[in-house]
Ligand binder design. Structure first.
Ligand SMILES: [Zn+2]
Length: 194
């Protein structure tokens, strides 16, 4: 039975590396992988998944209006699709997640979605919310805080300052994100000396 997998983590836990590895394993066995990348705006065409260690992979860009089922059926008609992979699945809309459910349940093709769970304010993203609702398998990719505990929170840092309020997504900002354990998120400590 095909299943919908939601593999979540905080920032910099190696989600994109994991996705690229899974794609490689499928393709090595002669299987076809459809890779999707949600966008926050209305770009379309080909996007690039970039891992921190520099390995890249191309994917089809999913805009907020894209019907994933249409893309899947188009691609599947060209050559049978064996697996669907999604990067940054927190940016999916509700309808996207429901379309992925159709891919799994009506076509019997596994879907593996990688992304964040909570944002820097500790609220769920829309995509995360519906992945938690619909996924068959929910798996955590673990990473650690500077203190060595498991990181479960993401801090937004703007000009060196820890920020806990603001828009969920800032496009083109100069902010960065740091994964922290709950205690150090709540204490607002970005490192042993900060
Ligand atoms: Zn910590």
């Amino acid at each position: 039975m095909a299943q919908l997998y939601y593999r979540y983590s905080t920032m910099n836990a190696g989600k994109s590396i994991e996705l690229i590895k899974v794609a490689y394993n499928y393709e090595e066995r002669g299987k076809r992988v459809l890779t999707l990348v949600p966008s926050l705006d209305n770009r379309y065409g080909t996007g690039v998944i970039t891992s921190r260690i520099g390995i890249q992979r191309e994917g089809i860009i999913i805009s907020p209006e894209t019907n994933i089922l249409d893309i899947f059926m188009d691609e599947d008609a060209k050559a049978k699709v064996d697996c669907v992979l999604i990067d940054e699945c927190q940016f999916l809309r509700k309808h996207h997640v429901q379309e992925l459910v159709e891919v799994v349940d009506s076509f019997g093709v596994p879907v593996l979605a990688y992304g964040l769970k909570n944002d820097f304010r500790n609220e769920l993203f829309e995509g995360s919310y519906y992945m938690l609702v619909y996924a068959d398998k929910i798996e955590e990719i673990k990473t650690i805080c500077w203190c060595g505990r498991k990181a479960t929170m993401v801090a937004r840092v703007v000009d060196g300052q820890f920020v806990k309020r603001g828009e969920q997504v800032v496009i083109g900002g100069n902010d960065m994100y740091v994964s922290l354990c709950r205690k150090h998120y709540n204490d607002g400590r970005l490192g042993p000396d900060k």
